[in-house]
Design a binder for this molecule. Structure first.
Ligand SMILES: *[C@@H]1O[C@H](CO)[C@@H](O)[C@H](O)[C@H]1NC(C)=O
Ligand SMILES: *[C@@H]1O[C@H](CO)[C@@H](O)[C@H](O)[C@H]1NC(C)=O
Length: 431
């Protein structure tokens, strides 16, 4: 018998090979893990080193009414841009593959846009505007870089039906030679534009953090209300909505206002003066048509603008996405503070970051429940009188609503969160 066909030898050979291969795989994964962690650390270090500059930019950006946010025209046909956010989350930057150096690419600038869906995945040029060098030399400084990605937001909810969609245009962070951060950004299909040409294109402000994430209870939860349209006029319901969520622990409301009646506008203005409400003027150009070529008034642009505004700029811990006729009512807890203490306990903090609430209907056409109404001429409360519901409880994600930990989230949809911060699988195991 020839030596090599000896079964014992083959067995041993296979065994050794297996041991060796396992060793190689484990080493490979360990090196990858080490590399991933050192890249995260590198990015975080750059954010920390630039902390002062970032905070300075945050204090420069006008907010509220002064921000004059509106849909602006970039140099791409039939596209609009609304806002842009400085996104320094290392996991997100790594995931998008923004080749980071000490100067550039260690954070993302995320433009909220509406584009023709055929631009998905296309390559655009991001243009950055920096503050003038000195108060005397007032010429703006511009830079450019290839975009990292053009993404359709909540693509699954577009069902491939609409010509236009909300989108993220992702740009690498660029800094000037003396380390200045951009103040404005825009994008274009053509590279190499001159400063004179750029003066004719709209830019939007880059919004930087005004607060860090904290466990500050006054920054517990922000609500995003994506659509006041068709001359919205249910002003008593609006008061009920705001006061209910205030009782539940919501600290701030962001309303996207396309059209609303005089009474509704006055109520919103009142709450805005109290500092409880931000009103975003959401007037889309007329060629975007409601549910004909764009989903619900650009709802996904509004929701994600609200996510980034509330989380990365204003530092709210939780985000709740609800419409004016939607109420998340805890059954055992008195408010969302108590609810979230149970759902997201300190012991396993942020192991789960999205909390989905299944939907059920309480039809307004149902008869009022017999509740005392004193004095009788006060408007009725929906939550008081409409207490009969349909038997059916919808499955999760079917008309569901959610509360999420904003800092952990990347992309919101209407009934679910589409993307959270992701780390590769070889990092997830054995955390
Ligand atoms: C945020 O945190 C960093 C580092 O902990 C700190 O240097 C910075 O001043 C904070 N910024 C704000 C706006 O609180
Ligand atoms: C506005 O609200 C007031 C107070 O409830 C009401 O009397 C009035 O009719 C409302 N106006 C309109 C146009 O609905």
């Amino acid at each position: 018998m020839r030596h090599s066909t000896n079964p014992r030898f083959i067995k041993r050979y296979l065994f050794n090979t297996l041991i060796f291969l396992s060793f190689v795989v484990i080493m490979f994964l360990l090196v990858k893990r080490w590399k991933y962690h050192s890249e995260l650390e590198f990015l975080q270090k750059l954010v920390d080193e630039n902390s002062k500059m970032i905070d300075e930019m945050g204090s420069l950006t006008p907010i509220g009414r002064k921000s004059k946010d509106a849909w602006r025209i970039p140099d791409v046909p039939e596209a609009r841009i609304f806002s842009a956010y400085f996104d320094p989350r290392p996991e997100v930057v790594l995931n998008e593959g923004s080749e980071a150096t000490r100067d550039n690419g260690w954070a993302l600038i995320r433009i909220i846009a509406i584009i023709d869906v055929s631009y998905e995945g296309s390559e655009q040029t991001c243009y950055y505007k920096f503050p003038a060098k000195t108060p005397i030399d007032e010429t703006d400084i511009f830079m450019e870089a290839r975009s990292i990605a053009v993404k359709i937001i909540a693509k699954q909810e577009n069902h491939g039906e609409m010509k236009y969609s909300a989108s993220f245009v992702l740009c690498r962070l660029m800094t000037t030679e003396n380390g200045k951060l951009p103040i404005q950004v825009t994008f274009s299909s053509t590279a190499g534009k001159t400063p004179e040409e750029l003066k004719k294109i709209d830019f939007v402000n880059v919004q930087y953090r005004r607060r860090n994430m904290s466990s500050d209870q006054s920054r517990f939860m922000g609500a995003c209300i994506p659509s006041l349209h068709h001359n919205y006029d249910k002003y008593t319901s609006l008061v009920e909505f705001i006061e209910f969520y205030r009782m539940m622990g919501v600290n701030h409301f962001t309303f996207y206002k396309t059209s609303a009646s005089e009474n509704v506008s006055r109520i919103l203005d009142y709450y805005e003066k109290l500092g409880l409400v931000t009103i975003i003027q959401w007037k889309l150009p007329p060629f975007y048509i409601f549910e004909q070529n764009l989903r619900y008034n650009g709802i996904f642009a509004a929701l994600n603008d609200c996510l980034y505004r509330s989380t990365l700029v204003e530092g709210y811990e939780y985000i709740v996405n609800v419409d004016l006729d939607e109420f998340i009512v805890p059954r055992k807890h008195n408010n969302f503070h108590q609810l979230m203490t149970q759902l997201n306990p300190v012991s396993s903090h942020n192991e789960n970051v999205v909390f989905v609430f299944r939907n059920m209907f309480f039809y307004l056409t149902h008869l009022d429940s017999p509740v005392p109404q004193i004095p009788q001429d006060l408007p009725k409360l929906l939550l008081h009188t409409k207490t009969t519901r349909l038997k059916k409880i919808h499955q999760a994600y079917e008309r569901s609503k959610y509360i999420c930990v904003g800092y952990e989230v990347v992309e919101l949809g209407n009934h679910q969160v589409w993307f959270t911060k992701t780390v590769p699988w070889f990092i997830q195991y054995g955390k």
